[in-house]
Design a protein around this ligand. Structure first.
Ligand SMILES: NC(=O)c1ccc[n+]([C@@H]2O[C@H](COP(=O)([O-])OP(=O)(O)OC[C@H]3O[C@@H](n4cnc5c(N)ncnc54)[C@H](O)[C@@H]3O)[C@@H](O)[C@H]2O)c1
Ligand SMILES: [Zn+2]
Length: 349
C-alpha cells in the first residue's frame, strides 16, 4: 500500500464504532479512560479491546509473548479477512499495535487514532512499527502502513503543554524539509500561547507524506532525510537522558550549525531557525549545553553512533545536512568529524 495523506481523516470528534469492522480489536492506552468521558465511551464500545500501559516497556521484546497470547485469545474467533487492529494512544501504543497487526496472521488491517501530538505529527504516519530489544530502542520492527489515520482535534487539544512541546521539534523539522514558507511557524516563534498546532497539522504531515511517497520503505536514501536532527539527537537522548522532543531539538540545532559550516546554509536562516527551536522546544538549551560538556564522553558518543542501526554503515555515519530550507543532503561522515564538530559547537570538551 502506498502511504498517502488521503488516508488521513481530520475531524473534531472520534469516529463512530461502525466505522470499524465488527471483529476489530482496540489496543488502547489505559490512561485515556480517565481523560474524558467521550474517550471512555468510545473505548467501551469495543467488545474486543486490550488496554495497555503506554511507554517504552510496552515495546519490550521480553513482554511481547505475554501480550500477544492475550490478544490472540481476544480475537481468536475472528477470521483473517475480518480482523483489524486499531491503535488508540501515543507513539508507543502505535508502534506496539502496528507490530501486532503486522505479524498476526502475517498481517491484518491496521488503523490508528493518535492521541499525542508527537504521534499525530510523526509516528502514526510512515508505517514503521517497533519493539525494543534490551537496551536497544526500535531494534525490531516491520513496515506496516495504517490504512486510515484519524486525527481528532478534541483529543489532541486536551494535552498539556509538556506533551505539546514534545512534538514541536518534529514539526519544525518538517518545516525545514519543505521549501514553502510557513506563516504559522513564525507566529509560534512570536508567541507559543497563540500557536495552533491543529491549524498546521495537515501542512506538517504533508511534508512527511511527500517524502514517504518517493521512498516508502527507506530504500532510496530519500526517506532518511526525515532523520534530520536525529543522528546527534539520538546521542543526546540516550547519553543525557532527555525526552525525544528535547533531544531532537538539540540535534536540529547541531545539524543547522554544522550545515552552515559545511554546506553554506546561510547564517540568517541558521540563526532564525535555531532561535525558534530554542524558544519552542529547548528552553533549557544553555543549561543542557553545559550539562553536555560535563557528561558527554567521546568514547560513549563514538560507540553509540556506530550502534545506531539507522545511521551507520561501514563507510561511516550517515548524517543529514540542510543546504537551504527544503534542500536536505545525506552524507556519510567519519566519526571523527562529528566529534570535532561537537567540540566546535561547545557540546563536548
Ligand atoms: N514509528 C515511528 O515512526 C515513530 C516515530 C517517532 C517516535 N516513535 C515512538 O513513539 C514513542 C513516543 O511517542 P509518544 O510520546 O506519543 O509516546 P507515548 O505513547 O508513550 O505517550 C506519552 C505519554 O502521553 C500519555 N498520553 C497519550 N495520549 C494522551 C492524551 N491525549 N492526553 C494526555 N496524555 C496522553 C501516555 O499515557 C504517555 O504517558 C516512542 O516509543 C518512539 O520510539 C515512533
Ligand atoms: Zn523523532
Amino acid at each position: 500500500m502506498v502511504p498517502s495523506i488521503e488516508n488521513c481523516r481530520f475531524s473534531t470528534r472520534l469516529p463512530s464504532r461502525k466505522t470499524f469492522r465488527p471483529g476489530a480489536i482496540l489496543i488502547y492506552d489505559r490512561r485515556l479512560e480517565g481523560i474524558s468521558p467521550s474517550l471512555r465511551h468510545f473505548i467501551r464500545q469495543f467488545k474486543n479491546r486490550y488496554g495497555v500501559k503506554a511507554g517504552e516497556s510496552l515495546k519490550s521484546l521480553d513482554h511481547f509473548p505475554k501480550h500477544f497470547s492475550k490478544i490472540s485469545k481476544i480475537i481468536g474467533g475472528v477470521k483473517k479477512q475480518e480482523a483489524q487492529v486499531i491503535a488508540l494512544g501515543g507513539g508507543s501504543v502505535g508502534d506496539f499495535a502496528g507490530f501486532v497487526a503486522s505479524v498476526y496472521h502475517r498481517g491484518v488491517d491496521f488503523q490508528q487514532i493518535p492521541t499525542t501530538w508527537l504521534a499525530a505529527i510523526d509516528s502514526a504516519h510512515g508505517g514503521k512499527t517497533a519493539l525494543n530489544s534490551g537496551e536497544v530502542k526500535n531494534q525490531l520492527g516491520t513496515f506496516h502502513f495504517a490504512s486510515k489515520i484519524y486525527l481528532v482535534k478534541t483529543i489532541l487539544k486536551q494535552q498539556d503543554q509538556r506533551l505539546e512541546r514534545q512534538a514541536f521539534a518534529e514539526h519544525i523539522k518538517h518545516a525545514l524539509l519543505c521549501r514553502r514558507p510557513w506563516a504559522q511557524i513564525e507566529i509560534m516563534g512570536n508567541s507559543l500561547e497563540k500557536s495552533d498546532l491543529w491549524a498546521q497539522l495537515r501542512e506538517s504531515i504533508e511534508v512527511k507524506y511527500s517524502i514517504l511517497k518517493k521512498d516508502p520503505k527507506e530504500t532510496k536514501g530519500i526517506r532518511s532525510h526525515l532523520n534530520l536532527g536525529h543522528s546527534m539527537g539520538h546521542v543526546f537522548e540516550v547519553l543525557l537522558n532527555l525526552s525525544h522532543g528535547e533531544a531532537v531539538a538539540l540535534g536540529l540545532i547541531f545539524a543547522l550549525r554544522f550545515s552552515q559550516k559545511k554546506f553554506g546554509l546561510s547564517e540568517k536562516t541558521c540563526e532564525q531557525w535555531c532561535q525558534l527551536i530554542v524558544k519552542t522546544s529547548a528552553p533549557r538549551f544553555k543549561a543542557l549545553q553545559l550539562r553536555s560538556q560535563k557528561e558527554l564522553k567521546l568514547n560513549q558518543v563514538k560507540a553509540l553512533l556506530f550502534k545506531d542501526k539507522k545511521e551507520s554503515s561501514r563507510d561511516g555515519v550517515g548524517f543529514v545536512f540542510l543546504q537551504a530550507k527544503g534542500r536536505p543532503k545525506k552524507v556519510n561522515l567519519n566519526v571523527q568529524s562529528l566529534l570535532s564538530e561537537l567540540k566546535r559547537q561547545g557540546f563536548i570538551r
